[in-house]
Design a protein around this ligand. Sequence first.
Ligand code: NDP
Length: 453
Amino acid sequence: MIEVTEPANAEVMAEVPRAGAEEVDEAVARAKRAFPGWRDVAPAERSAILRTLADGIEDQLEELAVLEARNAGKPIGDARGEMAMVVECFRYYAGAPERLLGQTIPVAGGVDMTFREPLGVVGLIVPWNFPLVITSWKTAPALAAGNTVVLKPAELTPLTALKLERIGIEAGLPEGVLNVVAGPGSVCGQRLVEHPDVAKIAFTGSTEVGRGIAAGAAQTIKRVTLELGGKSANIVFADADIEAAAQSAPFAVFGNSGQDCCARSRILVERAGMDEFMAALESTVKSMVVGDPLDERTQMGPLISASHLETVSSFLDDDPPVAFRGSAPDGPGYWFPPTILAPMSNDDRASREEIFGPIASVIPFDGEAEAVAIANDTIYGLSGSVWSGDGGRALRVARALETGVISINSNSSVRVSTPFGGFKQSGVGRELGPDALEHYTDVKNVFYYTEES
Ligand code: NDP
């Protein structure tokens, strides 16, 4: 059995059966049998089932939010927002089956047309930081396009995915279309990657595991989409609304306790605005409410596990300059206070590695060129922000950054209808929006000869 822990108090909150390679094989076999039937369900009917599935999630939104808040240690308000996004994601892709359009292409001798065909069985590997949200980003477009799914949640957070499987069956998904296998990545994830009957792997997690998945998938030429780590820059120019930037910055890195691939963990501040920025940042960080995820006032919860707390804590081992910190409960549970390091260089360990915890580096710069050079000096390229009162400059800098998602005068990264994904070692492919559907289909080209014989 898997003992599922509540990170706010380090107690076991549930036990679920632990799947192994054999269960993965059985799930893939079920998904393979179900594929032709699901592919051939009329598009409007597939839409209707996905809409019913979205309604089923909405009906259980509060229960799912509480489960996610307890299991992942996230503030209940955030968890409710995430569950609302899950509903929105299934509703968005419920509209897709009737809009998976092909093309007709002018050629000699006949008619050439293209079709977007589902891939078959797809393996979805999901992390623990946004368990059901990331599940929905993959499952909804995969099902909408006519694929069948074997979903592996993280062993630390399997509860909401298991609930989704049941809601799916109640919504009318045929047997074998959505299968959840809760077990360790090194066994179940690995088996999915190797399995010859799995056509594609969609993975979110660490860049290190992502590299192994890309290499493993190459053996059977699987399609792969990877959404990996980040070390995103939040660039604040002296001509920005500094108060607004400083009030927003903590939530862009300490949200979800910093366990967010989009965390803007490098805050680049133009020297001329530094004093004003730091004063406003300090008062916001110090007033952050860190505590019980189920308390409505909480803005930040614990870290996910004892071993992750150890990893995050190690970033203070070589005594970087701690400018100020917020508060955190003593324990039990895996608590770490929001921490600002300043002034930092982009070469310091905490500025280069993905910490995945509530630690931010403030890095000073002078002028546009230096800001861009520092921001791009990383192996990652997932998200980022530019704050400036000069619209032309903000757009110029946004265009110069080697990153997949950028916000101007805001720190938001994700909307269901817009593409999300990384440049460089932050990943391959895109999730959300119409782009995701391309990653769950292949193009078939049919030529129909029409000349008189
Ligand atoms: P992992 O990359 O190990 O885990 C992500 C998912 O991959 C989990 O479902 C995991 O399963 C699975 N997995 C692990 N090993 C394999 C494998 N060999 N083959 C197939 N699947 C596998 O992330 P961690 O949980 O270990 O977190 C470590 C670091 O990764 C974090 O500190 C952070 O830096 C980064 N990370 C980034 C995320 C992002 O959103 N981009 C999300 C999570 C982590 P299981 O956990 O059940 O073993």
